[in-house]
Write a protein that binds this ligand. Structure first.
Ligand SMILES: Cc1cc2nc3c(=O)[nH]c(=O)nc-3n(C[C@H](O)[C@H](O)[C@H](O)COP(=O)(O)OP(=O)(O)OC[C@H]3O[C@@H](n4cnc5c(N)ncnc54)[C@H](O)[C@@H]3O)c2cc1C
Length: 503
């Protein structure tokens, strides 16, 4: 009889969901996680009574009407969770005194953008048409009654048949290429700041369509409660998580994965091994590069990753009740260009978590300043621990001073500042180059996404991968779907019917 035991490396969203679906389907699983908490990147930490949320801005599939919502029910995240849909995606204050608002409602967005920059009517209308094209795009859920599923499948088929070409066109345009079409400098710069310029435009349209549909809500409580809910669902289904256990090596015998070797030198055997940990570490350290053929290496040599972050959490004794609640924050111009970290900036982006009172003591607010940064810069600086610490302290002081320009008096109200660098993300989650979402979905690799990356390695039996390093574009839904897709394939391979339940 086939050994149905499975070792999973990593208790992030992908590892936990692989574990959940595997337990639902009769596998005996255990997870080895190097951190002392579940969730990987979907996490939060506390300082002086404030919660610094390290992840969630919006969760695709938050609406019960969406096909993706079923996955959140299956993995135990939907139950009892309150989602808030925000009116604004981003609030951008221009240096010329004008304010640009990226509304989540597409009609309101169109009206505002056209009024803001009539000279850009053409690209604005294209952009809005693109969002509207994605509004009906919803995948059928396996749990839908047959008739509903059939209806949804026919609708999806029709959308793909009639709009497939248009979608591919957007897939092949990067943000940079599209944003160049705008003449108004404030609008152009706002788009560039709001969205990753290398990203395929299709993702932006798709995201705005979800937000318009009320299907990209923010979960009250933030990231860590969701990760804890996932871990609870997994252990309730009989899975076991071993925390503070770093996997050093994947044990291989006769080209078949047979278990793992931990950093504490203990060996653990299983019929199958799934790595839901960082892709680079898995392929080139745990497996010493032995099973990485040209196709597997290609992304690591050629594809861009989500740029790592400089992440400043700030706790303020102030309510911000009158400031807008936004999905991704606001941005304001600085009185003069200022060095923050390795870069000189003329604006400051800030995310005010005023939609979630659970993240701060009553009447106070948790803020985050999140900026793209350079992994190499911090890696080199960290050779000198004192210099690294001094730089972080300087950034903390600078950010508070800059906030004072927009919110006079705030520096007297700041009670906590916490600076995380790309090395912090790397240390706590193992992600390659400190990346926060794996591969950027660019026009170059969009094709691969449509045809999916492999979850297996050539020549290695009983070994699988899931998570954002095998799913370009990343994100929480993708990681969960990655674990699900893997277990479904395992079931097929083992001649079992794939089954799911909801929490
Ligand atoms: C600031 C920020 C904002 C984000 N915003 C959103 C958002 O709004 N919406 C959204 O959907 N997504 C968002 N994301 C992205 C999302 O968090 C990630 O794509 C997702 O969490 C990836 O999950 P994963 O399980 O694939 O990988 P990870 O979360 O990286 O999990 C990997 C796990 O493996 C463990 N591990 C690594 N190496 C080892 C080892 N050797 N031994 C044992 N364990 C190991 C790690 O500790 C970790 O727990 C955001 C991320 C960040 C950082």
């Amino acid at each position: 009889m086939k050994d149905n035991s499975v070792i999973i490396i990593g208790a992030g969203f992908a590892g936990l969901s692989a574990g959940i679906y595997a337990q639902m389907n009769g596998y005996r699983t255990q997870i080895f996680e190097m951190h002392n908490l579940p969730g990987g990147l979907c996490t939060a930490w506390k300082q002086k009574g404030y919660t610094i949320d390290g992840c969630i801005h919006w969760l695709m599939g938050s609406s019960p009407r969406s096909g993706i919502h079923r996955y959140w029910e299956e993995v135990g995240i939907a139950k009892g969770r309150e989602f808030v849909n925000m009116d604004e995606y981003m609030h951008y204050e221009g240096a010329d005194g004008r304010t640009l608002i990226f509304y989540t409602n597409v009609d309101r967005l169109e009206k505002h953008l056209l009024a803001f920059s009539p000279q850009d009517a053409m690209p604005i209308r294209d952009f809005i048409r693109g969002i509207r094209m994605c509004l009906d795009f919803d995948q059928p859920s396996e749990s839908d009654p047959l008739l509903k599923r059939l209806r949804k499948s026919i609708k999806l088929g029709l959308i793909l048949a009639t709009k497939g070409r248009e979608m591919r066109k957007w897939m092949n345009i990067s943000g940079t290429e599209f944003f160049m079409r705008f003449k108004d400098p404030v609008l152009r710069e706002a788009l560039r700041e709001m969205w990753l310029p290398e990203f395929s435009m299709f993702v932006m349209l798709f995201s705005f369509a979800h937000l318009h549909n009320g299907n990209g809500g923010y979960p009250i409580g933030g990231s860590l409660p969701m990760s804890l809910a996932l871990a609870k669902r997994y252990t309730r289904l009989g899975g076991v998580i071993h925390y503070d256990k770093r996997v050093k090596k994947i044990l291989v015998e006769k080209d078949s994965a047979v278990g793992v070797l931990l950093a504490d030198e203990s060996e653990h055997r299983s019929g199958q091994v799934i790595s839901a940990a960082d892709g680079y570490t898995t392929l080139f350290k745990m497996l010493e590069g032995k099973y990485a053929d040209e196709k597997t290496r290609e992304p690591y040599e050629k594809w861009p990753v989500f740029q790592p972050l400089l992440y400043v959490g700030i706790g303020v004794n102030r309510s911000f009740a009158r400031e807008p609640k936004t999905v991704s924050g606001m941005s304001f111009p600085l009185s003069k260009p200022t060095e923050i970290g390795y870069a000189v900036r003329d604006r400051l982006p800030i995310h005010i978590f005023n939609q979630d009172p659970t993240l701060a003591p009553a009447g106070k607010t948790s803020l985050v300043v999140m900026m793209p940064s350079s992994y190499e810069y911090w890696k080199e600086l960290a050779q000198d621990r004192e210099a690294y610490k001094e730089k972080k302290d300087r950034i903390a002081r600078t950010v508070v001073e800059l906030l004072n320009q927009r919110f006079p008096g705030i520096s007297q109200q700041v009670e906590m500042v916490d600076v995380a660098t790309p090395l912090t993300f790397e240390r706590y989650t193992g992600n390659w180059k400190g990346s926060f979402e794996g591969w950027l979905l660019t026009p170059q690799n969009a094709f691969t996404m449509m045809h999916r990356m492999r979850q297996t390695l050539p020549g290695l039996q009983n070994f699988y991968m899931c998570g954002h390093w095998v799913e370009p574009g990343g994100g929480l839904p993708t990681s969960v779907m990655s674990g699900r897709r893997l277990v479904k394939a395992l079931c097929k391979q083992d001649g079992k019917k794939f089954r799911t339940t909801v929490a």
